[in-house]
Design a protein around this ligand. Structure first.
Ligand SMILES: [Zn+2]
Length: 282
């Protein structure tokens, strides 16, 4: 049997796949107390796993965990640990890169696509001719940290000019706190409902940074398809209309005409991508 895991900040979800390809189990567990290695070991023991694919919400390079925002990492060289201690093949990849692999397969693409996701942060992953565009250290695709304009509020990376400082779930919350807005949950809907000048400014900046980012992707990468995902996109589907109506002002028209922009139809693209890591290793 094999396991496909989607590892996030405080919990992980996993699918167990039988040798005939059937779904044996689909569960989730906390990684908060025991850490990632112990959590994975408990799954291995329970199901007799032989191969594991992990979609990981952090930076990964050659099977090694480089950075782990919010995740308790007890063993950065996790693939080596599982090979040495359990004789198990483990494949680990950044979650957005996993999602892009799954989208590429789902949509039957054959040239270049970009999967862009707005949740807490704003990231993207690029696939060209079926292969991930990685950059020198597997960090290519960080669209959220492309400079946009000066921000009074810091980006999560510590810089002040990032797209993500204006266009992300964390940006909504940081700016709402900055202006001391009277809302409990920092969502687009609540800001729209509030309708104060500050709330409107947060939303205007969000929309502008969003259009700027998708326009940049189109002109820089020339993709056949841009697949939008992440919690903020999926809860605010008007963003698709906004981008389709306006992005021509932000991108090269020849490239724009050939780029289809859609919202992901997959429930959990990352975990499907983690399964692909395992399947392709055969
Ligand atoms: Zn940044």
């Amino acid at each position: 049997m094999t396991a496909a895991l989607d590892v996030g900040g405080t919990s992980l979800r996993y699918n167990i796949i039988g040798t005939d390809g059937s779904l044996v189990a689909s569960e989730s567990m906390s990684t908060h107390e025991k850490g990632l290695v112990k959590a994975v070991e408990s799954i291995v023991k329970k199901y007799g796993i032989k191969k594991i694919g992990i979609s990981y919400a952090g930076q990964v390079y050659n099977g090694k965990i480089i950075s782990a925002p919010n995740i308790g990492v007890d063993e950065p060289e996790i693939w080596e640990y599982f090979l040495k201690n359990h004789n198990i093949e483990l494949f680990i990849e950044n979650d957005l890169k996993c999602a892009a692999l799954a989208e590429y397969e789902y949509w039957g693409c054959n040239s270049t696509i970009v999967a862009a996701s707005i949740g807490t942060g704003f990231g993207s992953a690029i696939i060209e001719n079926g292969k991930l565009v990685r950059g020198a250290h597997n960090l290519a695709g960080e669209i959220g940290h492309i400079p946009f304009k000066y921000s009074e509020v810091l980006c999560g990376c510590g810089n002040r000019y990032c797209i993500e400082a204006f266009c992300s779930g964390s940006a909504l919350s940081r700016w709402s706190k900055y202006y001391n807005l009277p809302i409990k949950e920092y969502t687009i809907q609540n800001l729209q409902r509030l309708g104060s000048p500050e709330a409107d400014r947060i939303l205007e900046n969000f929309h502008e940074a969003f259009l700027f980012s998708i326009g940049t992707i189109i002109s820089l990468i020339n993709p056949e398809m841009i697949i939008l995902g992440g919690g903020v996109i999926k809860k605010n589907r008007y963003l698709l209309e906004l981008v389709n109506e306006n992005v021509y002002k932000y991108s090269l028209s020849t490239s724009r005409k050939q780029a289809e922009i859609i919202i992901s139809e997959l429930d959990n693209a990352s975990i499907k991508g983690a399964q692909l890591l395992v399947d392709r290793s055969v």
